[in-house]
Design a protein around this ligand. Structure first.
Ligand SMILES: *Cc1c(COP(=O)(O)O)cnc(C)c1O
Length: 359
């Protein structure tokens, strides 16, 4: 038995979106970002759909080991690296590639004599989250070069504002800082996330690191996913589980935030904030019923939300409702909830069953 709400994951959309990224960055290798359970899409089937990528990256060592054990031979990069000697030993055992962003990690590497490891040294060029300051970089690099257990060294940074064209100079500044800091070095480089892939081709270099694009959402307020040629990989489908007829003056749900100004027919949909639908989405957020666009009424509660059926034809109990995905971009729901599509995709609750389509 399962609830009427489920997540439909379209593997052919993931494959398609990977080919779109290839067209944007034809001269770069692609490191597919599958952190956070592949942005809520599910690790193993997402990796399978994206197996033509040149590498994978994530933050969770357990997920990386799961991929290795499933037989993937790709480079697998851990974006925060290791935090203990025990983790470092596991990285070597499973041939995982690590980001090195902190002196502590250099000390642990120097103290761990066995095995071999590929590393990406991360430079903080302005994001101020992870990475060596430009002034610390050459010292850190020397330490890695002198370490016989370090096989391949690559260079990395991350942009803070690649999605915002009004802050294009921020990307230029970070790029310039990176180039100055690494001037003359021959190591492979990686800079670009999804937004930089579409807006800043000069940042593509050896490896690109797309996340959001692969899942079929747009990282850019300037371009819709459709305009970028992407297809949504996640669609949240549910059903009408009740229909109510309201009189003028009637209210709906906790707090009665929505009040009917006329008589109206409304639908109750299985799906609330405990499923991952944002409670902050305002009354009037778009939603599809039988493929027709209508609006939510009031706020989602834990398990249900209400929608307007007044102008919608042929709806009954069991009619299909699309919360976002195919036909209704997740960006629209994110906008209505004052958040970004990343958060909605990642926040789908484990209690919502996934159905996998394609490949
Ligand atoms: C998450 C992440 C990415 C991917 O970002 P998108 O905006 O989803 O493309 C790339 N690089 C790093 C270091 C990340 O943490």
């Amino acid at each position: 038995m399962s609830r009427p709400i489920h997540t439909l994951i379209d593997l052919s959309a993931l494959e398609h979106n990977l080919s779109v990224v290839r067209q944007f960055a034809p001269h770069s290798r692609i490191m597919a970002i599958i952190k956070a359970n592949a942005y809520g899409h599910g690790l193993l089937h997402t990796a399978k759909a994206l197996r033509q990528a040149d590498g994978f990256a994530m933050l969770e060592p357990d997920a990386a080991i799961t991929l290795r054990q499933a037989g993937y031979q790709h480079p697998i990069l851990l974006l925060e690296g290791f935090f203990s000697m025990t983790e470092l030993a596991l990285f070597k055992q499973y041939n995982l590639t690590t980001v090195i962003h902190h002196k502590e990690q250099l000390s642990m590497l120097a103290a761990s004599e066995n095995g071999e490891l590929d590393v990406f040294i991360k430079i903080n060029t302005g994001m101020n989250r992870l990475g060596f300051a430009p002034s610390e970089f050459s010292q850190a690099l020397l330490s890695l070069e002198a370490n016989p257990t370090v096989k391949q060294i690559s260079l990395m940074t991350h942009f803070a504002n690649a999605d915002d064209l009004t802050k294009a100079s921020s990307v230029t500044d970070q790029l310039q800082c990176f180039n100055t800091t690494t001037n003359g070095l021959k190591y492979p480089r990686t800079l670009a996330n999804s937004a930089a892939i579409i807006h800043h081709p000069e940042t593509h270099v050896d490896w690109v690191r797309p996340g959001l694009l692969l899942y079929g959402a747009s990282p850019s307020p300037e371009k819709t996913a459709q305009a970028l040629g992407l297809r949504p990989a996640m669609t949240i489908l549910s059903k009408l589980i009740a229909i109510q007829n309201l009189k003028a003056g009637d209210r709906i749900g906790y707090g009665g935030h929505f009040q009917a100004s006329r008589s109206m027919r409304i639908g109750i949909v299985a799906g609330g904030y405990a499923d991952g639908y944002p409670r902050h989405a305002f009354s009037g957020t778009p939603i599809l019923v039988n493929g027709q666009r209508t609006l939510t009424l009031g706020f989602a509660s834990m398990d249900m939300l209400a929608i307007d059926l007044s102008h919608i034809e042929n709806t009954q109990l069991g009619s299909t409702v699309t919360l976002w995905g195919e036909g209704l971009p997740v960006e629209e729901i994110a906008h209505a909830a004052g958040t970004i599509s990343y958060e909605l995709l990642c926040a789908m609750a484990p209690r919502v069953e996934s159905i996998i389509k394609g490949s």
